[in-house]
Design a protein around this ligand. Structure first.
Ligand code: PLP
Length: 258
């Protein structure tokens, strides 16, 4: 059995974070392992607060898993603060895990900060260097590169800037592009590949988490980056169709059957 370690925050409403990473990994036939970096208080209407466990606790969660399991891929989502960024960076450097997928989570859709300022700086300057692939959406790519991204050409330029952080490869997701297409840009430092999709307007939570977890599963299965990115986009498109309004706010996935 292959394993994917998901490092990230708990979303008690089940729409995002670890609670959506787990069923995503099972849906791909792999075994999810998890390390919880933050306990958020949130519902379908927004994030209200979060608590970060002591660093030694987060570190211990990672260490005991690494001791016991062969970890095929790691997916990193919400980290919350600089302490978590530091210890996750050390863990990744020491662990030698082959596939390291980083979803650079800075803010919730409703605008709540999910990583403090020092954490953002450390993520950019240290953690990203350990990534095999980083998966920003348009907002996160703009934030990382301090450029304005309005079209695919801008996405390509931003990909080059992101690769300059010494990352192997980057996928910028075009879900928030204007127009009726949502094109993802895959860049491995040499070639660009575009993955076209139709714009699906949905206020579904957790699409970024599902995408990165699906990508991690595909890469863990030995599939190349382009095919993995295509499969992950396809998976999220299917899950969007499984979204329903359960709480009073945004929709969430209610079934992981493809
Ligand atoms: N909560 C957790 C634990 C997350 O990991 C994320 C995103 O990665 C969010 C909230 C934000 O989700 P959304 O972008 O759907 O608001």
């Amino acid at each position: 059995m292959k394993t994917v370690l998901c490092i990230g925050g708990s979303d008690p409403s089940g729409g995002a974070g670890i609670q959506i990473d787990i069923p995503t990994v099972y849906a791909h036939g792999l075994v999810p392992l998890t390390a919880i970096t933050a306990l958020t208080s949130q519902n379908s209407e927004g994030v209200y607060d979060f608590l970060i466990p002591e660093p030694q606790n987060v570190r211990f969660q990672l260490e005991v898993l690494d001791k016991d399991y062969n970890i095929d891929a790691v997916k990193i989502g919400m980290l919350g603060n600089a302490d978590n960024v530091k210890l996750v960076t050390t863990f990744i450097r020491d662990s030698g895990i082959k596939h390291v997928i980083i979803d650079p989570v800075f803010k919730s859709t409703t605008g709540f900060n999910l990583l403090d300022d020092e954490g953002i700086l450390l993520l950019k300057e240290e953690l990203l260097q350990s990534a095999t692939v980083v998966t920003p959406n348009l907002n996160e790519a703009q934030y990382l590169t301090q450029t304005e991204i309005k079209n695919v050409e801008d996405m390509k330029n931003a990909s080059k800037l992101i690769i300059d952080f010494k990352i192997d490869s980057v996928v910028i997701k075009g879900g928030h592009l204007p127009g009726d297409k949502s094109t993802d840009v895959v860049y491995d430092g040499i070639d660009f590949s575009l993955i076209e999709g139709k714009r699906i307007n949905s206020d579904l939570r957790g699409t970024g988490c599902m995408y990165a977890s699906s990508l991690a599963c595909n890469l863990a299965n030995g599939i190349n980056l382009y095919e993995s990115a295509k499969n992950a986009k396809g998976f999220v498109e299917k899950m969007i169709k499984n979204g329903h309004q359960v709480g009073n706010g945004s929709r969430q996935v209610t079934s992981f059957k493809e």
